[in-house]
Ligand binder design. Structure first.
Ligand code: NI
Length: 258
């Protein structure tokens, strides 16, 4: 059983003590590919170098909506250049996050749009972060991207209605540890509704570890628990879930051409 991890943050401090030994185990334990996701200018600069150290490690570059303070047009130019580097698969994670109101909504939209434009110019997929901002994210995606390149709606946290909108535009739904939580009724419904060929596996490590590791540091090795839960919901085998999500991720990220 081979797994494609579509979203992790191994550059995070949480991995400072054992990053290399942990990553070295991945292949042996069934994780074929890992995509390390960008969330700021600094970490995007770091990711283009970090991914050169491991064959199976790929990356994205992008600025998360909570990290946009102080961004400039020059940063956007640099980001576009970084997106041309080897093994960079997508622009992300980008989007809107209204959970904390410390970042002005209009500014979030401005830099979200600028990064969608980079993805379109570069013909790269997008990794979308949207939290407590369902309507505004959907409006922007409809008007300014609309499936022009593939995309993953990462850590999907909305209901079936919203999932339908994104599926209709051609996007994929990123499903992680949250689906294993007892109280994750809404996400379980979304998984039930979404065809298997439109789901990808992701951890968001070090965050959002699945049951039985809830609250602990997450890592890609725990994705079997996520696959197991999806298999139970959809009444298929775990092998089928791993194979389908793997194939989906290969297509979205176009890994073989990178
Ligand atoms: Ni993330």
């Amino acid at each position: 059983m081979r797994i494609f991890e579509t979203h992790a943050h191994y550059d995070d401090d949480a991995f400072d003590d054992d990053r290399d030994s942990l990553l070295q185990q991945m292949h042996k334990k069934g994780i074929d590919y890992i995509v390390n996701i960008g969330c700021s200018m600094d970490n995007s600069r770091h990711i283009v170098k970090m991914i050169q150290q491991y064959d199976f490690l790929y990356g994205t570059v992008g600025v998360h909506p909570s990290d946009i303070q102080g961004l400039t047009n020059a940063d956007m130019q640099e980001l576009e250049e970084l997106s041309k580097r080897e093994k960079i698969l997508a622009i992300g994670e980008i989007g809107l996050d209204y959970h904390y109101d410390n970042v002005v909504k209009e500014n979030q939209a401005k830099w979200f749009l600028a990064q969608l434009e980079i993805a379109k110019r570069r013909n790269l997929p997008v990794v979308i972060h949207s939290r407590d901002a369902a309507k505004d994210t959907l409006d922007i995606m409809k008007e300014h991207h609309n499936g022009v390149t593939p995309g993953i709606i990462h850590c999907f946290s909305y209901g079936v209605e919203m999932a339908r909108e994104y599926l209709n535009m051609g996007y994929h739904i990123g499903v992680g540890g949250v689906v294993t939580f007892k109280n994750a009724k809404k996400l379980k419904e979304v998984v039930e509704y979404t065809p298997l060929n439109r789901i990808v596996l992701e951890t968001d490590a070090p965050y959002l570890a699945p049951t039985p590791y809830r609250g602990k540091r997450n890592c890609s090795l725990y994705l079997t628990h996520v696959a197991e839960e999806i298999a139970a919901i959809k009444n298929v085998s775990i092998e089928e879930v791993c194979a389908a999500t793997y194939e989906n991720a290969m297509k979205i990220y176009n890994v073989e051409k990178k």
